[in-house]
Design a protein around this ligand. Structure first.
Ligand SMILES: Nc1ncnc2c1ncn2[C@@H]1O[C@H](COP(=O)(O)OP(=O)(O)OP(=O)(O)O)[C@@H](O)[C@H]1O
Ligand SMILES: Cc1cn([C@H]2C[C@H](O)[C@@H](COP(=O)(O)O)O2)c(=O)[nH]c1=O
Length: 211
């Protein structure tokens, strides 16, 4: 008998976006735990990645000297291409639920804040799968800075960085795409987690169909 098996349902791509210190990584871990407890095959990942381009990008945080804005943008895009090819597309094809800490809206906002054209950045990311949901974490810049300073001892509070984050926040605020949902990330951790789950759970197939 000629038996056929149906391919697994396409997975879901859910991305966590927003300025620094709004709680994306914290929430990604919490939401991944809840989904796994419910039986979903979750892939938790992030950009910049830990791959070769991502490592080069992280090296730039310490010293940007000699790297033009265009080269920086190219590195983020190369990192994303690699991420799509090696992690995101295979996971989607296998029916997994991907939770990704930052994606191409971060490129639009951060490299846009560096002076690159936002629409051009988005156009150069057309190779990347469109997310099913982009959760945009919104909180005052000062709150994000305060959280990071308290937790990591990083000193983000100089004028130049605050000004830069203000430009980033303005671009995030102006993005108008159908898959974006904005959340109030200034609320307590459990409240934010429940808000995210209320957005995510209705988008998922039953856990058995996602395995
Ligand atoms: N809702 C919240 N209320 C209070 N503190 C929070 C909340 N969410 C996260 N934090 C704390 O703020 C700090 C920064 O959180 P987290 O690393 O998750 O932010 P992030 O958005 O991923 O930052 P970055 O973009 O810089 O990586 C952590 O110490 C975390 O415990
Ligand atoms: C994906 C992406 C990230 N960035 C910036 C945003 C943050 O300042 C760092 C990542 O830091 P995290 O603490 O690891 O979240 O990189 C960017 O400028 N462009 C991008 O595309």
């Amino acid at each position: 008998m000629n038996r056929t098996t149906s391919p697994p349902a396409r997975g879901r791509l859910i991305v966590f976006e927003g300025i620094d210190g709004t709680g994306k990584s914290t929430q990604l871990r919490l939401v991944a735990d809840v989904l796994r407890q419910r039986g979903y095959p979750v892939v938790a990942t992030r950009e910049p990645t830990d791959g070769p381009y991502g490592r080069r990008i992280r090296g730039l945080y310490a010293n940007r000297e000699g790297c033009s804005r265009e080269e920086e943008l190219q590195l983020f895009i190369a990192d994303r291409r690699d991420h799509v090819d090696t992690v995101l597309q295979p996971a989607l094809d296998a029916g997994r639920i991907i939770l990704c800490d930052r994606y191409y809206l971060s490129t639009a906002a951060y490299q846009g804040a560096n002076g690159m054209d936002v629409d051009t950045i988005l156009a150069r990311n057309r190779f990347a799968p469109v997310p099913d949901l982009a959760i945009l974490f919104e909180a005052p810049i000062a709150l994000g800075i305060e959280r990071i300073t308290a937790s990591r001892g990083e000193h983000l509070n100089d004028f130049e960085k605050v000004e830069g984050l203000t430009r980033v926040a303005r671009i995030f605020a102006a993005l108008d795409l159908p898959y974006i949902r904005r959340i109030n990330a200034a609320q307590p951790i459990d409240t934010v987690r429940d808000t995210i789950l209320a957005l995510v759970l209705p988008l998922l197939p039953p856990p058995s169909a996602a395995n």
